[in-house]
Design a protein around this ligand. Structure first.
Ligand SMILES: [Zn+2]
Length: 346
């Protein structure tokens, strides 16, 4: 295993391993894929591999007996795997490595002395700041690694300002641009980067990650089923389910009560509505599977089609409130609600 911190993504990890082993890591890489599948953790583990010194910390290596039994074959297999005990690995892990920098909304908020919630786009000032940093010599390790999180929020101006940096990167400097919407990049940026695509996680991997994060097993199993292979979606579902548990979903007026709880920001309301429609679709599909009544099966098929149609309206700037009300009301007439059985408190 390349790193036991990363679940799934076997092909991506093999690809990264091959790049490291061949010592041909492209200077500018895009990690693209939906949110919550592990792109950021992969980027930090990759940064560890790039800079790992594999030098044992002097004080405790001998007492722990590390490396003594390691034969040559093991060393070869582990050549690109971060050791997690050298100073470089430890500093990357704690976010204190002077040559590995995370560029994100928090970085920009500190730079501009603004509220982090207001940083919806990565601005040109941020690009100028990390460009200066990129041209400095590394302090601790051989390489500098700049990880730009949510790089798809770089404005057009910011992307143009990065072109020279991506085309002729400073020696020993790597850029990892993390994105969930590759089409937000200018073609000139895309053509200068090596893109690596991340697919969704398996339901089992999502479940395991949730369990590792102290979510009870029964809840992790339920959430992963609605996750679409994304831990972020599973966590969003957790928040929505907590909200749904406070609403009496057997009441005919519940769709309207529910829509009044949608977030004020339209993009958040849209996302929440999309997730609730996914719950309704899954529940309708489950009911369709177990039904033996042909007429009911047909009705449920029509309902799935209608709900899917309503879901497409969410991409067309239609207000999410009436979409949610309509979908929830239609499903209610077929006995399908957004309710969940309340959790046992053993
Ligand atoms: Zn290391």
């Amino acid at each position: 295993m390349y790193s036991n911190k990363i679940l799934g993504h076997k092909n991506v990890l093999n690809h990264l391993k091959a790049l490291l082993l061949s010592k041909r890591v492209p200077p500018s890489i895009i990690f693209n894929g939906r949110q919550g599948v592990g792109k950021f953790i992969t980027a930090t583990e990759f940064a560890k591999s790039i800079n790992c010194s594999r030098e044992k910390p002097q004080e405790d290596a001998a007492s722990l007996g590390l490396f003594q039994n390691q034969n040559k074959t093991e060393k070869k297999a582990d050549e690109v795997k971060p050791c997690n005990y050298c100073l470089s690995c430890k500093q990357i892990e704690s976010g204190a490595h002077p040559d590995v920098r995370i560029i994100d909304s928090a970085f920009q908020a500190r730079l501009l002395d603004e509220d982090v919630k207001k940083q919806k786009k990565l601005k040109i000032d941020t690009v100028r700041e990390f460009s200066k940093y990129a041209y400095k010599k590394p302090l601790l390790s051989e390489h500098k690694v700049l990880i730009v999180n949510d790089a798809d929020t770089l404005t057009r101006e910011s992307q143009n300002a990065m072109l020279k940096l991506l085309e002729e990167p400073p020696k020993n400097t790597f850029f990892i641009l993390i994105s969930s919407q590759k089409n937000a990049f200018l073609p000139t940026v895309l053509s200068r980067c090596h893109t690596i695509e991340f697919g969704p996680l398996s339901i089992e991997d999502v479940e395991e990650i949730l369990a590792r994060n102290n979510i009870p097993l029964n809840e992790a199993a339920l959430l992963s089923g609605f996750s679409n292979g994304s831990v972020k979606t599973a966590m969003d579902m957790k928040r929505i389910m907590a909200k749904l548990q406070k609403i009496d979903t057997s009441s005919p007026a519940y769709p309207f009560k529910l829509s009044s709880t949608l977030p004020k920001e339209s993009y958040l309301a849209r996302e929440e509505t999309r997730l609730m429609l996914n719950i309704l679709l899954t529940k309708t599909h489950q009911k369709w599977i177990i039904s033996n009544d042909l007429n009911q099966k047909n009705d449920l098929k029509i309902l799935i089609k209608e709900t899917l149609k309503l879901k497409t309206f969410l991409n067309q700037n239609v207000m999410p409130t009436p979409i949610l009300e309509l979908a929830a009301s239609e499903c209610l007439t077929h006995g399908i609600t957004l309710g969940f059985i309340k959790k046992h408190r053993d």
